[in-house]
Ligand binder design. Sequence first.
Ligand code: DX5
Ligand code: ZN
Length: 217
Amino acid sequence: MTKVAPSILSADYLNLGRDILGLERNGADYIHFDVMDGSFVPNISFGIPVLKAVRTITKLPLDVHLMIREPLHLIERFMDSGADILTVHVESDTEENIFKTLQRIRDRGVHPAITLKPATPAEAIFPFLPLCDQVLVMTVEPGFGGQKFMNAMVPKIRAISEYIRAENLTCDLEVDGGINPQTAAICRENGANVLVSGSTYFRSDDPAAFIRALRGE
Ligand code: DX5
Ligand code: ZN
């Protein structure tokens, strides 16, 4: 079944609690939580104190997307603060440290996930997949909500989906950036089963129907 993970990057921060309870009511499967450090990506969002606060008002799984350099030093604190899925960028550290990071997340019983920027080839993440419960394919340049879906990422989604199947891995395939009912259909057809949506979800007049439309229901 397809899961939908609204990104609270586009929520109303003055009414964050209300928006989170709203997305629970609207049938969201996860809450996507975008962390940016102003160095790995050219923007700063929110971090550990906000994650802790969000944890107190929802039981929905928190899908934390770390857009930060050298996440190894900070993952414990994100796990202490309530992350259920913890995603790191393959470009954010050395290969050795990315292995260490994913292993440490797994050892804590949190779901490890790996992601890659649009310019990074699919093959870059293959060595890490046996350690991961989820892969995130970025379909925009990370750093900002509201960008256009990059059609050029579709072959990458398909290649990763085929690799997961060929290797018999149990790994969800998530997409993030420019997801609306049309691009969601393309992603689902190419193997994605977790869909992130930020600006379009929060702009929708009927967010519950929007979530169903992303799932293709
Ligand atoms: C971008 C973030 C996304 C973003 C998606 O760096 O990773 O999660 O919130 O936003 P939309 O759906 O507006 O493209
Ligand atoms: Zn994200």
